[in-house]
Design a binder for this molecule. Sequence first.
Ligand code: GLP
Length: 269
Amino acid sequence: MLDLEPQRRAKFPGGTVLVYPRADAELVASDWIASAIGAAIDDRGQAVVGLATGSTPIPVYEHLVSLRTSGKLPFDFKSVITYNLDEYYPMSPTDPNSYRAFMDKHLFRRVGLAANRTHVLDGTVPEAYTQHHASDFDRWIAADGGLDLQLLGLGRNGHIGFNEPSDLTVEVALALPTRLVELHPTTRSDAIKDFGTEFDVPRRALTMGIASILAARSILVLAFGSNKADAVAESLMGTMTARMPGSLLQSVARKVTWLVDAESAAKLF
Ligand code: GLP
C-alpha cells in the first residue's frame, strides 16, 4: 500500500473526501484499485470492476500498467472482469473515439485482459434492441456477483457515467437502470475536443444506470481541476437531486470515497 498522507481528509453527506496534489491522487487511485482487486480475488476468487473513461482516469490506468510491468501487482488480470460505465450510440468499437477503443488503448491491451472479460456497452446494436442489450448488461454484472469497485469521474454538469441532469424525482433517478440516453449540451460541448466539431459529437449514449452504479460494493470518485469545483461541492454537500446526478451518491455515502485536488475541492472547505 502507498503511504501518501492526504492534505485534508473530511466526511461530507456525499462520502469521504481525500484531498491530494493531483499527481499523488492518481497514484493513490491506482493503488486503491489494485488493493480492491487483490482483496476481491482473495475473498471470492475474482474481481469485478466498473471502469470509467474521460481524461481523468488515463494517468491512473498508466500507473496500473506500470505496477503490473514492474511485477508489483499481487494478482493476475486473468482473475479480473471489467464493466465500463458507458459508450456513445451509435458507435463502432473500431472508431478511435469509441470508449471500447479508449479502454483497449489505455488498459485492456496493455495488461492482457481477454476480450470476453472486458464488457463495454455495444454502440452497434440495432436501435430496437438497445433496451434489451442494456438490461442484459445489468444481468451480466449481477451474474458475475456484482461490482466490487466502481471507478467514477464526474462531468462538469455533475453527470456520472452518462446519467445526465434531469427533472426526475430522486426516487425515480435512484432506480435508473442501464439504458439509452440523450446527451446533455454541456457533455456534448465538452466532447468537441475529441470529435472535432459539435456536429460530429453523438447525440446519444448507452450508460450504466444510477441503480447499477450505486449497487457496487465500493465507489471511488475522481475529480480534478477548478472546472469540477461546482459539481464536486454540489454533489458532496448540496441537496440530493437528479439535477446534479453526483449528489445521488449521498444515498450510499458510507461506501463512497472521493479523491480530489485542491482545485476541485475549492468550494468544499
Ligand atoms: C465523459 C464520461 C464520464 C466522465 C466524464 C468526465 O462524459 N462519460 O464517465 O466522468 O466524461 O470527463 P473528464 O474526465 O475528461 O473530465
